[in-house]
Design a protein around this ligand. Sequence first.
Ligand code: ASP
Length: 306
Amino acid sequence: MDVKSMNPKLIVHGGAWNIPENECAAHLEGLQKAVDHVYPLLRSGLTALDAVEKAVNMLELDPTFDAGRGAFLNAVGEIELDAMIMDGSNLDYGAVAGVQNYLHPVSIARKVMERTEHCFLIGNGAQRFADRMEFVQVKPEELLTEREREYYERIKHDPGFTTRRPFDRSGCDTVGAVALDQYGNLAAATSTGGTPRKLPGRVGDSPIIGAGAYADNLLGAASATGWGESILKVLLSKTTCDMLRTANAMDAAERAIELLGERVKGLGGVIVISNNGDYGFAHNTPQMAFAYMADDQIEVNISAYS
Ligand code: ASP
């Protein structure tokens, strides 16, 4: 195949679990907007790496989602953001965890990948690096929504609350994007505020290579969402990509989610694009919100687990 003429592909997710009815429209709209804005750029030659960063940036800005603005609060009422990005052409990877004052952790992750000798920076070090890269610091209030403040007040002293099933209220609204560009390159990115009332310093799957996302031009690229501690144990995104050796994209996503459920009683969802441009998606949470560019129109969906 002439890789220069590949039809670009883009799929994004806005988390998985129970998305309350009054938040469904905002989820669908946010995801649709991201594909609507970024897909035409991909068609005009934008790289997969730029595409996933841009799509995730839009979702980080949207207060609907648990990423950037709109993130959950941790056990002491603070926001701690995690994100990663990966380039399938050379397996380059960048990540940050526990950053507090930035709207776009995925862009800091990309700078870690491109401007340091390292792959992953955390906490203060990540923030110092972000400042050096001239990311604008924002006040915590600019990331915090009234919805999350109220939710935190409700759960902060609830003895029955557990981060093992943190998602009963609503969507676990981490965001992610996977793209294939016209040059045949794949990329994936994921950004999150983590889980509600998590211990300070807790890092879930989202910024961890192979867990929150993975991209390899030889196989495909994937981004995951859901209960991070379980996703970590089966490296859900890498597992999904590995399944592409013997399965098409939809089957790969389904088999990886089956493994998550069977092996660690995990709960989550995954989106994937194979290196020949097929889409796959699956989840075993009650719902998952996602959108992708089909042949000539955007498919946007909150799918229900059956
Ligand atoms: N996987 C994320 C985490 O555990 C949460 C999510 O997907 O919404 O941090």
